[in-house]
Ligand binder design. Structure first.
Ligand SMILES: [Mg+2]
Length: 391
């Protein structure tokens, strides 16, 4: 079997773009992958064009060797753009291998360690009352692992975030959430890299011990030393790593135990080939995976197979729940169902593990023509004084 083409499909779905990648072969078997660098799809497509030139004619079953060639074929290895392209190709090659051998992808990863994949939901809400109502809604639908988002006591205007206004208020309402829902709720928060070390320490110290089960990326992650400093100032477990491209970015966080949950993103880290290495490394340090999964159904399907195959797994992020619908955006139009006629569907709060060959997903290329890619920028946020902060 030989690779005959690499086709990128940047498609606008709901309120954002997804970058789907199809790898075709001379035996008619094809594989699907997805790239995770949301907002910079054109850069990833450029990388895919470079890779296509030397991938055509290669044996798609040689996934490990192709991974090495993709990573090391340029003098300037690595980085988020190249790994995002590489991730999509690697995922598609696993889809091809599964279909060629007639087995689900998890069989290529060592078999299935669990029958269903437990997930966590994200509560919505900009105020404390809205957050509690959202957790209540999720609780009524049997969600017991819920992640929250930073709150603000007042409307500061569009795309404005004030850390000092947020941290005390958010800590107060998380404390109320713990009191209201008790010990059965696993409760986390994602601060989206918006705080400093001092702000994070104050935030954590304003809640009674045991309020939070994890805090996700309160500070930026370029510097592991910053997390090492923060580790001395709070006992709340950390969840870090959704932006990491390659095992080498995970290395200090795992080896120095600067994260307690590995937020691996299979569409950014380097596909199955790299995610399995991160998983093994994390297993050796008793760190569970809590995969990042904010993209489309291909990312979800790939992450389900990864989650099925590893022993050290906590929960999979899912963004289509009673509290939000990231696939469809505000439109409510079920474009995703039309574009992906076969895709993983939640059963309550878990995903069943599919047993069909490959990833168990399909994509309608004809309909994709109707979903033209659009320029989209992640919101550019400011603090109250006008300075730049993270979205
Ligand atoms: Mg996050």
């Amino acid at each position: 079997m030989r690779i005959t083409d690499i086709k990128p499909y940047p498609v606008w779905i709901g309120s954002r773009n997804q970058l789907i990648v199809k790898v075709e072969t001379d035996e008619g078997i094809y594989g699907l992958g997805e790239s995770g660098l949301s907002g910079r799809e054109l850069a990833v497509i450029g990388a895919l064009k470079h890779f296509r030139e030397f991938l055509i004619g290669q044996d798609p079953m040689q996934r490990g060797r192709i991974w090495q060639e993709l990573y090391r074929s340029q003098y300037f290895e690595g980085g988020r753009v190249l790994l995002a392209a590489q991730s999509a190709i690697d995922i598609a090659l696993y889809d091809i291998a599964g279909k060629a051998l007639g087995v689900p992808v998890y069989q290529l990863l060592g078999g299935k360690q669990r029958d269903t994949i437990p997930c966590f939901a994200t509560a919505s809400g900009g105020t404390g009352e809205q957050m509690l109502a959202s957790i209540e809604l999720l609780w009524e639908h049997d969600w017991r692992v819920v992640r929250t988002m930073p709150l603000s006591p007042r409307d500061l205007g569009p795309n404005v975030f004030d850390p000092r206004a947020s941290i005390g208020y958010t800590a107060e309402w998380l404390t109320k959430a713990r009191e209201r829902f008790g010990s059965e709720l696993t409760l986390g928060i994602d601060y989206h890299h918006r705080l400093s070390i001092a702000e994070t320490a104050s935030f954590c110290q304003r809640m009674p011990q045991g309020t939070l089960d994890f805090i996700e990326e309160p500070i930026r992650d370029e510097t592991p030393e910053a997390y090492a400093a923060l580790r001395q100032m709070t006992t709340i477990p950390f969840a870090v790593g959704e932006e990491f491209a390659s095992k080498w970015q995970f290395m200090p966080y795992i080896e120095r135990h600067l994260t307690d949950f590995a937020r691996v993103d299979i569409c950014n880290v380097g596909g199955f080939t790299e995610a399995m290495k991160v998983a093994g490394w994390a297993e050796a340090h008793y760190i569970d995976l809590m995969p990042h999964n904010p993209l489309g159904p291909i990312c979800t399907a790939a992450t389900i197979h990864l989650a099925a195959a590893v022993p050290n797994f906590a929960w999979l992020e899912v963004r289509v729940t009673q509290s939000e619908n990231l696939y469809y955006g505000q439109s409510g139009v079920s474009d995703v169902e039309a574009l992906f006629p076969t895709q993983p569907m939640l059963d309550g709060t878990v995903f069943p593990v599919p047993d069909t060959p490959g990833l168990g997903i399909d994509f309608d290329e004809q309909r994709a023509q109707e979903h033209t890619w659009r320029f989209w920028e992640a919101p550019h946020w400011r603090r109250s004084d006008g300075s730049v902060t993270n979205w």
